[in-house]
Design a protein around this ligand. Structure first.
Ligand SMILES: *Cc1c(COP(=O)(O)O)cnc(C)c1O
Length: 412
């Protein structure tokens, strides 16, 4: 596999000359469920059976008693925060490398996001950094299992117990991801999933919140927070909310598609795990590059694959590397998001709402450049390549060959 030919950007032979594998995500199974949903003559989740079936299938797959459907992954996280009792002036510790959906609900609860630093090799929250950011205002931790790689849940749960903090797992990129043999999304108080069109499975948009306490009261509270705080379950049925909650309901159409999509989830995650593991194995001996570090006895389901360049061991910049890799026929991009979340204008100006600094002005938190140095270093050195269940073995072999070819050419 140690290709050292002339690089394609220098006129050499391109490594990959066939298109990456593609396939159809939706088929007759989804169509059949959708038709049944319409034939119910209602698309309201509480009257129909599709969202209910989607959730009961999900619960069975995850071995949990309760979950709640939502309109998006962002909504799922907001619902979990609401159910966890996160409220005005609370601080919530989370990751600075994530989707915007992780922080939206925190700010809508008028709570303050506090960013902890990450591990350089797993790209996930560093438990010691989490502990260092705890203040008397801290109410919860939102962990993000980035790219389907599990966070260090033993250490994180120990900190949560020690300081009596709620734990919400953002599993939007982490379907069927296992930490030491147990599925992520079942460790914290709540686990949040997204079924937007770019995730492992899609219902167009949608989300799920797992309720891990196993307590009926907790389930009812979580359910109500996704539905205007209307109490539709239990003995005390009423539509006179005692506090504010949004309408984040999932429709029967989404639930119908979800039922069919869930049936494909296991195989799809197995395949992504295989392809990502092959990448990790195929690149692990290159000193100019760092592969993704997966915790011991754990399983990553690779929503994408991301490695880092050790630029001090290379004669090229990351941009030159990525250009050379593209010329070899391998789709790739620098980093994941353009910069750490706290560098966004909203955080730099401490202004989430027009003409107001609330709720930031309730807290001492600062969002200075350099406050999470490892997270910043990850985004400055990372290269992302897509992983998809439709990729062939040849696609992954050629991706590995091309990365090796470019690295070996530029390494010192
Ligand atoms: C996709 C994603 C979300 C938000 O999900 P939506 O369904 O798009 O609202 C939140 N967190 C992470 C890590 C995500 O990847």
């Amino acid at each position: 596999m140690n290709h050292t030919g002339t690089l394609a950007i220098h006129g050499g032979e391109k490594t990959k000359n066939t298109p990456f594998g593609t396939g159809k995500r939706f088929g007759i199974e989804e169509a059949k469920e959708l038709l049944e949903a319409l034939e119910q003559n209602t698309l309201f989740y509480h009257f129909g059976n599709k969202v209910k079936k989607f959730l009961s299938d999900f619960n069975e797959m995850y071995g949990i008693p309760y979950s709640v459907a939502t309109s998006s992954g962002t909504a799922a996280i907001h619902v979990a925060l609401g159910a966890a009792g996160v409220t005005v002036g609370d601080e919530v510790i989370t990751s600075p490398i994530t989707d915007q959906g992780t922080v939206i609900g925190i700010l809508y609860q008028n709570a303050i996001p506090v960013f902890a630093d990450l591990d350089l090799y797993s790209y996930n929250l560093n438990p010691e950094s989490i502990e260092s950011r705890i203040t008397p205002r801290t109410k919860a931790i939102v962990v993000v299992h980035l790219a389907g790689n599990p966070c260090d849940m033993d250490a994180i749960m120990a900190i949560a117990h020690k300081y009596k903090l709620k734990v919400i797992e953002d599993c939007a990129q982490a379907y069927l991801t296992e930490y030491k043999g147990k599925l992520v999304g079942t460790f914290g108080d709540y686990g949040c999933f997204s079924t937007n069109d770019f995730k492992h499975i899609s219902t167009g948009d949608g989300g799920i919140v797992t309720v891990n306490s196993g307590q009926e009261e907790d389930y009812y509270r979580t359910h109500a927070f996704a539905d205007k705080n209307y109490k539709r379950m239990g003995t005390d049925l009423n539509r006179a909310p005692s506090s504010l909650a949004p309408n984040y309901r999932m429709t029967e159409l989404q639930g119908a598609v979800g039922i069919a999509q869930l049936k494909k989830l296991h195989n799809l995650c197995e395949r992504r795990n295989q392809l990502g593991s092959a990448m990790n194995l195929g690149l692990q001996d290159l000193p100019a590059l760092s592969t993704m570090q997966i915790p011991a006895d754990s399983k990553c389901t690779y929503w994408f694959y991301m490695f880092r360049l050790n630029e001090e061991k290379l004669t090229c910049s990351r941009e030159q590397f990525c250009t050379a890799l593209s010329a070899e026929g391998i789709t790739n991009r620098m980093g994941y998001i353009p910069d750490v979340v706290y560098m966004q204008p909203m955080f730099q100006h401490k202004q989430a709402y027009l003409d107001s600094h609330f709720p930031f002005d309730l807290s001492e938190v600062n969002y200075e450049r350099g406050s999470c140095p490892q997270a910043e270093a990850i985004l400055q050195t990372a290269v992302q390549v897509p992983i998809n269940e439709f990729f062939t073995d040849q696609d992954i072999e050629e991706t590995i060959t091309a990365i090796r070819k470019v690295i070996l050419y530029y390494q010192k």
